[in-house]
Design a protein around this ligand. Sequence first.
Ligand SMILES: C[S@@+](CC[C@H](N)C(=O)[O-])C[C@H]1O[C@@H](n2cnc3c(N)ncnc32)[C@H](O)[C@@H]1O
Length: 399
Amino acid sequence: MRAVSDALRTIHDVFWIVLGRAPSAVEARDEARGFSAASLRILLMRLLASPEFLRTRQAWLAGREPHGDPAGVERGLASVGPPTAFVAQAYEYLLGRPADAGGLAHYVQALERGDTRRQILRALIISDEFGRHHRTLAPQSGTLLRDTQLCELANPAKWDNEEWLDILRSLGLSDDKLSMHRKPYEFTQLIYGCQRLGALREDSEVLSVGAGHELVLYWLANRAGRVVATDMYEGVWQDVQGREGDPDVIHRPADYAPFAYRADRLVFMKMDGRQLAFQDHTFDIAYSLSSIEHFGGLAGAAATIREMGRVLKPGGILALATEYVLNGPPHEETFQPEEIAALVDQPGLELVQPIDDRVYRRYDYTAIDLYQNPYQTPHMVVRFNDTVFTTVMVFLRKR
Ligand SMILES: C[S@@+](CC[C@H](N)C(=O)[O-])C[C@H]1O[C@@H](n2cnc3c(N)ncnc32)[C@H](O)[C@@H]1O
């Protein structure tokens, strides 16, 4: 009988110190069954790794009040015993060690001076020592699993990756899932991939092919050594589709800037992507977004990739976004899966990883009919008549 009440007492104290609440009747009953020193260790591991505790700690670290009823929590903590016992237990449960004489005296005196018990717990929980102890005890805790695939079909799962979303927001784009669109995906995935591959640095030389006046150029100009935007800047693209190939950008780049940028780092040049006027081994990154499918079919796209590979430094990264047919007949300015496989199979270049081409076997979607209303979002899978397609993003490294 006594053993059960001792166990209940310990369980009660652990819940108050770690979670700032009493155990429910069911929690207390289940924990008390066969309670031992080993059960105490397991209970602590479980509570310290729980989302409930992680949220409390995050709030304290962020300077927010974690508890809805702080006075009620303080009353509960008062039931944990006299000041010395409370501080000693807080050390044991939170830091996993007995309180040293100095620490014990410091916190007992603080309580005598009028500090609350919550203040003592907060100090321990946000301490570096607790951080180290917690990382050993529960290294995964608080880290949400993230999709980090680079070579893939435009992937809605990236909208659940906070690191990726931070990049999207830094481009000035909405993170609203209802605004999900292939274009922001391409910009964000380009940056995410180049960063993960270690290619984007303050001194990086970056080439864009079929650049138009794409927003990501200006973002890169603020983070890389030099960004060279190349495009034919002639033909239909001068007038259609938001005037993406508007030649005026060569002379007045600032007129197209979405935000302040380092003008000395960005240059626009009129150039055919199939015949780049640069020497071999010039760039750290060469990329092209939504363009090579317009360069004259498979032959034009392949010539462009070879040229981009040629002007890359050894170890440099070639990033490409183009149209990938999910199903339906061939259609101009899109590529069938086997054509994509042939395009990325170039001497001297290798995919940094296999392409995840199964994304849309995992999602429900309605392909947006581009001939009817191309303005709908989410805008990830589209179609021209029966040809259903999306963006494929690939990263190749120059050997
Ligand atoms: C769909 S736009 C994409 C523009 C930009 N990359 C973007 O994402 O906003 C295609 C671009 O490819 C350019 N283009 C077409 N043929 C080209 C070629 N042979 N070499 C370089 N650029 C070309 C067009 O002028 C146009 O700006």
